[in-house]
Design a binder for this molecule. Structure first.
Ligand code: NOJ
Ligand code: NOJ
Length: 576
C-alpha cells in the first residue's frame, strides 16, 4: 500500500490540475454538446433541415462520409440520453422532442425496407433516409441491436409516464411500438447480423447484451400493463443471458466482441455494452457485465491497452495512464483513428464503477480484475476492501484520475469551437470524418453525467442468475447445435491447382485465404466438402483457387447462406 500511497502523493498536484481541467471541459462543452444534439433533430434542428419531426440525423455531413441518414442505433442511444435527462428531472424542456421521437419511430417501424416489412424482419434495418423513406442501397444489414435499443429508450419513458399518472398513453401509444421491437428481439436474437460497426456479420456482444436488457425491462413493463407476453420475454431473456456468458475469453480475460470477423475481439463494443446496460442496483455483477464487475474491468484494460502503441498521439503516455481509444485496434475505416465516443465510453464505465463502489462502500478485487487494479498499485492483492481502508480510498482516487484522463484527452483534441466530429487523427489529433456526430455529443453528455453521479433508472439487472442449462430455441427456431452442410463447387482446374472455401464465420476460417478449407475431388470436376456449421446462422462465403502460391478469389458479390435449424443441406455452386 505504501507504493500506492506514494504514487498518489506524487500525482496529487497533477491530479488536482487534471481534475480542474475536466471541470473546465465539462463547463464549456456541456452546453455545446447539448446544442449539438438538438441541432441534429428534426424538424427544427439548425443542422438537420429536411429531417422529419423526431428524426435524429447521424451527422450533417453529406459527403465523405455521407451520414445524412437516421440510424436506429444512434437515434435510440441519443434519445435514451435525452429521456434520462427528462425523466430524472435534469431538463424539463425536452418533452416535445421526446414525443416527436415517439411519433417518428412509430412511423419508421412501418416502413418496408430491404430487411423486410414490420412483420418480416424489417425492424432490423439499420438506417433510413431522413424523410423516413427506406434506404435501398447496399449496406451491412440487418443490424439487430436497433429494436432493443429503441425499446429501452421508450420503456424508460413509459415507466416514467406510468409513475406520473399517464398509463393510458403508455398502453395506447407506446406499448404497441415497444411490443413490436420486443417481438423482434424474441424472434431474432439467436440469428446473426451485422455488429454495431456495420462490418462483421456474426453474433456480437453489444447486440446480445442490449437485447437481454430490453427483454428484462420489457417483461416488467408487460407485467405492469397486464400483457401475458411477459412470460416469453422472461424465458428468452434467460436464454440470452446464458449466451452472453459465452463471449468470455478465459485466457485473454476479456469479452470477445464478435463471434466472427477474425479479429482480436478487443473492441469498444464491450465498454459500450457495459455502460448501456448499467444498473447501479446490480452492484458489481459480472453476469450482466456491470461496469465495476471484474470481467468488465478486465475487458476494459485489455481494450484500452490495445491502443497504447498503435496511435502516435498515445506515444510517451505512462502504461497506466489514459490514452485515446478507437473502435478496435484493427480498424482501418477513415484511416483507423481514435473516436470521441469510444474514449468517452471508457471514462463513463469507470465513473459508473465509482458510483457503485461509493454506494456499496467496498471494492472487490478478484483474480480476474487484479491486473486492472495493479495498474494503480503493483502490490495490491485480491480481496474485499471496505471504505474505511486506505486501499479503498486510494484506489477510488486512482480510478477517478484514470477516468478523468480519458476526458482530458478528448478535451485536448476538441477544436476551439467545441464541435465534435466522429474521429480525431491518430497522428496529430485533428478532427476527422463526420463533423458534428450526434452520438459523439450524446456520449460526451452521458460521460459528464456519470462523472457527476447521475444514475439512470434500474432495468432489473439485480439478482439475475444464469440458468443451469441454456437453450437458444426462440421464435426464430434454431439452437446451439450444428447442422451438416455440404458445399459442392463445380470448377475445372489444372494439375496442382486446388479449390478452397472460406467465409465470414469461425468454422469457415473468417475469410482467411491462408487457412481456407481444402475441398476434395471425389466427384471432380465438382469439388466438395461437408462441414458441421452452427444452426440457424447466416454467413457469407467464397471459393478460392490456389495455384503455385497464388490465390484467386471468386468474383463479387459474396455468396450467402442461412443454415437450417436442424438437419442438413447441400449447396451447389459453380466457379465464377
Ligand atoms: C460505413 C460504416 O458506417 C462504418 O462503420 C464502416 O466502418 C465503414 N462503412 C466501412 O465498412
Ligand atoms: C458508423 C458507425 O460505425 C456506426 O456505429 C454508426 O451507426 C454510423 N457510423 C452512424 O453514426
Amino acid at each position: 500500500m505504501r507504493a500506492l500511497f506514494l504514487y498518489c502523493l506524487s500525482l496529487s498536484a497533477s491530479v488536482w490540475a487534471q481534475s480542474s481541467a475536466v471541470d473546465a471541459y465539462v463547463a464549456s462543452e456541456s452546453p455545446i454538446a447539448k446544442a449539438g444534439v438538438l441541432a441534429n433533430i428534426g424538424p427544427s434542428g439548425s443542422k438537420s433541415s429536411g429531417a422529419k419531426a423526431g428524426v435524429v440525423i447521424a451527422s450533417p455531413s453529406s459527403t465523405n462520409p455521407n451520414y445524412l441518414f437516421t440510424w436506429t442505433r444512434d437515434s435510440s442511444l441519443v434519445f435514451k440520453a435525452l429521456i434520462d435527462q427528462y425523466t430524472l428531472g435534469l431538463d424539463t424542456t425536452l418533452r416535445s422532442e421526446i414525443d416527436n421521437f415517439v411519433s417518428a419511430e412509430t412511423a419508421q417501424q412501418q416502413v418496408s425496407n430491404p430487411s423486410g416489412s414490420v412483420s418480416s424482419g424489417g425492424l432490423g434495418e439499420p438506417k433510413f433516409n431522413i424523410d423516413l423513406s427506406a434506404f435501398t442501397g447496399a449496406w451491412g444489414r440487418p443490424q439487430r441491436d436497433g429494436p432493443a435499443l429503441r425499446s429501452t429508450a421508450l420503456i424508460t419513458y413509459a415507466n416514467w409516464l406510468i409513475a406520473n399518472g399517464n398509463a393510458s398513453y403508455v398502453s395506447s401509444t407506446l406499448w404497441p411500438v415497444i411490443k413490436l421491437d420486443l417481438g423482434y428481439v424474441v424472434s431474432f436474437w439467436n440469428q446473426t447480423g451485422f455488429d454495431l460497426w456495420e462490418e462483421v456479420s456474426s453474433s456480437s456482444f453489444f447486440t446480445t447484451a442490449v437485447q437481454h436488457r430490453s427483454l428484462r425491462e420489457g417483461a416488467a413493463l408487460a407485467t405492469a400493463l397486464g400483457d401475458t407476453a411477459a412470460a416469453q420475454y422472461t424465458t428468452q431473456a434467460a436464454n440470452i443471458l446464458c449466451f452472453l456468458q459465452s463471449y468470455w475469453n478465459p485466457n485473454g480475460l476479456y469479452m470477445t466482441a464478435n463471434t466472427g470477423g477474425g479479429r482480436s475481439g478487443k473492441d469498444a463494443n464491450t465498454a459500450l455494452a457495459s455502460i448501456h446496460t448499467f444498473d447501479a442496483a446490480a452492484g458489481c455483477d459480472a453476469v450482466t457485465f456491470q461496469p465495476c464487475s471484474d470481467k468488465a474491468l478486465s475487458s476494459l484494460k485489455v481494450y484500452v491497452d490495445a491502443f497504447r502503441s498503435i496511435y502516435t498521439i498515445n506515444s510517451g503516455v505512462a502504461s497506466n495512464a489514459a490514452v485515446a481509444t478507437g473502435r478496435y485496434p484493427e480498424d482501418s475505416y477513415m484511416g483507423g483513428n481514435p473516436w470521441y465516443l469510444t474514449t468517452a465510453a471508457v471514462a463513463e464505465q469507470l465513473y459508473d464503477a465509482i458510483i457503485v463502489w461509493k454506494r456499496t462502500g467496498n471494492i472487490e478485487i478478484t483474480s480476474i480484475s487484479l491486473a486492472f487494479f495493479q495498474q494503480f498499485s503493483s502490490s495490491v492483492t485480491t480481496g474485499v476492501y471496505a471504505s474505511s481502508t486506505t486501499t479503498y480510498s486510494d484506489l477510488l482516487a486512482a480510478v477517478q484520475t484514470f477516468a478523468d484522463g480519458f476526458l482530458v484527452i478528448n478535451a485536448k483534441y476538441t477544436p476551439s469551437g467545441g464541435g465534435l466530429a466522429e474521429q480525431y487523427s491518430r497522428s496529430n489529433g485533428a478532427p476527422l470524418s463526420a463533423a458534428d456526430l450526434t452520438w459523439s455529443y450524446a456520449a460526451t453528455l452521458t460521460a459528464f453525467g456519470a462523472r457527476a453521479g447521475v444514475v439512470p433508472a434500474s432495468w432489473g439487472a439485480s439478482g439475475l442468475t444464469v440458468p443451469s442449462s441454456c437453450s437458444t430455441n426462440s421464435g426464430g427456431g434454431g439452437g446451439v447445435g450444428t447442422v451438416s452442410i455440404t458445399f459442392n463447387e463445380f470448377a475445372t482446374t489444372v494439375f496442382g491447382e486446388n479449390i478452397y472455401l472460406t467465409g465470414s464465420i469461425d468454422a469457415l476460417q473468417n475469410w482467411s485465404p491462408d487457412t481456407a478449407l481444402l475441398l476434395n475431388t471425389d466427384n471432380y470436376p465438382t469439388w466438395s466438402i461437408t462441414l458441421n456449421l452452427p444452426a440457424s446462422t447466416t454467413f457469407q462465403y467464397k471459393f478460392i483457387r490456389k495455384f503455385n502460391g497464388a490465390v484467386t478469389w471468386e468474383s463479387d458479390p459474396n455468396r450467402q447462406f442461412t443454415t437450417p435449424a436442424s438437419g442438413s443441406s447441400v449447396i451447389n455452386d459453380s466457379w465464377r
